[in-house]
Write a protein that binds this ligand. Sequence first.
Ligand code: HEC
Ligand code: HEC
Ligand code: HEC
Length: 362
Amino acid sequence: MTASFSLSIKSSALTILAGVLLGILAPTFSEAGQRGAKGTGESRPDALYHNYCSVCHGDRGDGRSRAQNSLKPPPRDFTNAGELTREAMITITTHGKPGTAMVGWKTQLNEAEIAGVVDYIRKTFMIVALDPKLQRGKTIYAQNCIACHGARGQGSPMPIGGSVPARDLASPQARAELTRERMITAVTTGRPGTAMAGFGGRLPAGDIDAVVDYVRAALMVPQTEISGTDAHAGRAAAQRPGSSKSAAATGADMMQPMPNGLKGDAAAGGRFYMANCATCHGAKGDGKGPRAYFINPKPRNFIDPTFTSSFNRPAIYAATSVGRLGTEMPAWNKVLNDREIANVSEFVFQRFVLPAQKTAKK
Ligand code: HEC
Ligand code: HEC
Ligand code: HEC
C-alpha cells in the first residue's frame, strides 16, 4: 500500500496539540494565530483519524482511550451516536464543541479532509448505529448469541454445552470461509453435533437475516491497521533489538546500510517524521511527543544511549516496519512502501543516532 501522507503538522501545531491533550487549553485557542499548514486533501482519512482523533475517541471509535477518564464530558462514543448527522459532525469537527475538549480542526485540516474523516467515522464506527436493521440484529445477537460467541464474536476457548467450542467469527479464516448464505443456513438449522442449535423455530427469517448482517458488518471486520495496542501485527515485545540482542551487545556494525540495497532520503523522511512520528516520539526524538502523555509503555526515546548505541539502520528499518506488539507503535509497513520506510528510518538514524555515534568516538 503506497500512501503519500500529506499531514503537515508544524511544530507550532504540535505545541497546540500538546496543549489540547494535556487539557490546559486556553479558550482563545482558535484565535491564537498559530496556524499549522493545512493538508492538501489527499491524506488518507483512516490515517487522519488515527493521527488526530483516536487519541480521544479510541481506535474503535467507542470513546475508550486513555483520555477518557481525564476529560469531562468524555470523548464521544461514535458506535452509539446514530442521531448525529453528517452535517453536524462536519460542523463540530470544523469549529469544535464549546465547553468540551473537542476543539475545531479548521486550522489543521482542510474541508476535504474534514469531510473525509467524518465519512470514515460514519462508515467504520457508526454503520450499525445508522441502520435500524443492523440495530435489530445487534439486539438479537445480545439476546441469543453473545453467551457462546462473545461480545466481539471472538468465541470461547472452551466448549459451552457441547464438545466443539463456538468459533471465532472474527478470525481471518472465518471471514474468508463464511458466506452470508452459509451463515444464514447455520443459524437457521444449526450445526449438527455441536452446541449450535438451529434458531429457525425461534426467530423469524427477517431476524435471522438481521443478526447475520449485524455479525458481518460489526464483528467480521479486520481490526484497525494504523495504531492501537493490539491493532497491528507487530513483533512480540520479547524480540527487541534495543535490549538483549542490541547491536552493541552483538558487536553489530552501527554503520551498516539499509537492508535490500535501499537508500533512504533523509529530507523526505524528515518531513514524514514531523507529520507522523513526532506526535509520539517528539520533534527532538526524546519520546515526549504530545501523544506520549496517554501512552504506556512510553514511545522510544531516540536520543537515549540505549537507543543510539544499538539501533543501526537495519534495526530502525525493521522496528519501523513491523511495529511493537503490546505497545502503540504502529506497524508502518501497513501503510508505507519499502522506500518510504527507508526514508524515515534514514532520518531517525542521521538526526538522532549518528551524532551520538560521533561523540562516542571522540
Ligand atoms: C482532546 C480529545 C479529542 C480529540 C483529539 C478529538 N475529539 Fe472529538 N470530541 C471530544 C470531546 C470531549 C467531545 C464532546 C463529547 C460530548 O459533548 O459529549 C467530542 C465530540 C466530537 C463530535 C461531536 C459528537 C456530539 O455528540 O456532538 C465529533 C463529530 C467529533 N468529536 C469528531 C472528532 C474528530 C473528527 C476528531 C479528529 C479530527 C476529533 N473529534 C478529535 C474530544 C476529542
Ligand atoms: C450454545 C452456544 C451457541 C449459541 C447460543 C450460538 N452459537 Fe453459533 N456456534 C456455536 C458453536 C459451538 C459453533 C461451532 C460449530 C462448528 O464448528 O461447526 C457455532 C458456529 C456458528 C457459526 C459458523 C457456522 C459454520 O458454518 O461454520 C455461525 C455463523 C454462528 N455460530 C452464528 C451464531 C448466531 C448468529 C447465533 C445467535 C443467533 C449463535 N451462533 C448462537 C455455539 C453457539
Ligand atoms: C502512537 C504513538 C507512536 C507513533 C505515531 C510512532 N511510534 Fe514508534 N514507538 C511507539 C512506542 C510506544 C514504542 C515502543 C517503546 C517500548 O517498547 O519501550 C515505539 C518504538 C519505536 C522504535 C523502537 C522499537 C523498539 O524495539 O523499541 C522505533 C525505531 C520507532 N518507534 C520508530 C517510529 C517511527 C519511524 C515512527 C513514524 C513513522 C513512529 N515510531 C511512530 C509509539 C509510536
